[in-house]
Each structure stands twice: as C-alpha cells, then as structure tokens.
Design a protein around this ligand. Sequence first.
Ligand code: GLV
Ligand code: GLV
Length: 322
Amino acid sequence: TRPYIFVTRKCSEQQLQPLYEIADVEMWPEEETPCPRDLLLEKAKKADALLTMLSDSIDKQLLDVAGQLKVVANLAVGYDNIDVHYANDSGIVVCNTPDVLTDTTADLTFGLILATARRLLEAADYVKENQWKSWGPLLLAGVDVHHKTIGIVGMGKIGQAVAKRATGFDMKILYHNRTRNEEAETKLGAIYSTFDELISNADFVVCLAPLTDETRELFNKDAFIKMKNSSIFVNASRGAVVNEVDLYEALINNEIAGAGLDVFLQEPIESSHPLVGLHNVVALPHIGSASLETRYTMMNLCADNIASVLKGNSPKTEVIVN
Ligand code: GLV
Ligand code: GLV
C-alpha cells in the first residue's frame, strides 16, 4: 500500500509533486488557520510522514499515537516545536529547512532594524492618515543605522548574513554565540563579546539565537537595564527568548528606545496586546522567511526530505541533536 502523508497547512501542490507520485497526500486546506489539534492527532495515527509548521506542537502525546510515522519535515529552520529527542528515540527522523532561508530572513531582520530606527511604519501611517502638512526639520526624525554598533546574539548562518549586511552600513559588529564563529570574525570583522559586553555596547541588539533552555527569557529585566537607553532591540528568532512583560516595562520606562519584533510568545499576538500598541514597536506576523521564492524552496526541501526517508535514503537536512 502507498504511504500516507499529512501536510498540516495549505502548501503549493506543485512544490509537493514528488510526494503525490509516491504516496497518498492529504493537506489541511486552509492557509490562515491551523489544523485543529484533534484532527492532527487523528491524522498522525496513520501517517508515514508529516509535513509540519512551526505552529504545530509535535510532542510526546502526538509521537506516542503516531505508530507508522517515519519522518517529520518541519517547514522552518527552527524546531523548538518538536520533541526531537523523543522522536529520534522512537525511530522517527526530523528534518528542517536550514540554509535556503538564510538570506531572506537576514533581509527581513535588516528591514526591521531600518523600520524601527527610521520609524518607517509611523511615517507611512502619517501619510496614509493624511496628517502630512509640511516638511519639518525634525518631523518623524529617527536615528541612524549606519556607523552604529550592531550586537548579534546567535551568530549562526542567519546571524552571519545579517552581519554581512551590516558591513555595507559601515557598522561595528559585536556578536555573542555558544561557539566562536571564525568566519564571521575574519571575513566580516565581527568581534566576539560576552553577552553583557554586547548588550551594554550595542546600539542595535539583534537576536537570532534558536530557542533552547539557555536562551529562554535571555532578554529579561536585567538585560534591558544593561542596554543603552538609546538602544533598539530586534528579535527575529522566537518570542520565548524574551520576557515580554520586562520588554514592555523597559520600553515605557525608556530603558531602551524601541523594538522590532517578528516573533512573539503567543502567536498570533493580538492588536490589543500592550506591546503592539507602543509607537516605538514595529510588530510583524512572523514573516522572516516569507518571500515567495524562499517559501517555495522550503516546500521543495520538505518534500525532498520526506521522499528520501520513505525511500530509505538519508534526507538532505536532518536535524541532529546530541
Ligand atoms: C522561522 O521562524 C523558522 O524557524 O524558519
Ligand atoms: C531633504 O530632502 C533634503 O533635501 O535635505
């Protein structure tokens, strides 16, 4: 019998074509609402493969009922939504989509830096709301990005791609990472710093670190107090690396000057959330890798990984944890 594959969100059938050739493929038909948990559990029971989103929790409960499951391909580079250890112990391969989204995510991250520093959303609203009366010397004046200091927390591939962009803006680049990134140091002049050195010296503190036990709530009250009052915090990794109550207080108490956020503790974040209402917060709906080219490429990679595992071969991008 043909294998059964469940895709937890509407994807492009064209990109998943290799799967339709080898298996019965079923897809949750909606783009903007997730597959309900009950249905996901039911589908997981008979699935040989799951193509999942970062919004699906692939936990012990799900893995325990998934008796046929051989591979979970997550349409994301991050995999904090998956209990990878438990999956591997159950003989299930977990795959992600690294590399293919690096430059796209770095572009969005740099866009958030610029949008927050130069108040692009406030300025665009100003025009759309017909408030523009005249050119003014300090009208919507933001702060410069060029020649400032960027501090990148999490110098993996995306961090390094952000650092590369920063060189074009003549920025001084500090970074903090679990391990030294020699390439970023020699090629881009990035300077390794302790976390405290970085947050106290950077004008832009940019988080691109994965969510782990070490990074959960790394950005808390203590951290925001150590940052310069003029600094801007940018987060394009996972919301849970931040204590959002502490961030809100830091913003209203002028401990920091602004925040550019693509990710939140609870996604979707509601427009009534106190953070979203602040004029100096730019909030985006987790669109780091959201270019058409990259999302199609990510779908292709997920399909390729699933097909490889079902054929008994090694997938291109398996998540390896120790
Ligand atoms: C997006 O956040 C991803 O992990 O790809
Ligand atoms: C601004 O447009 C200027 O000419 O300074």
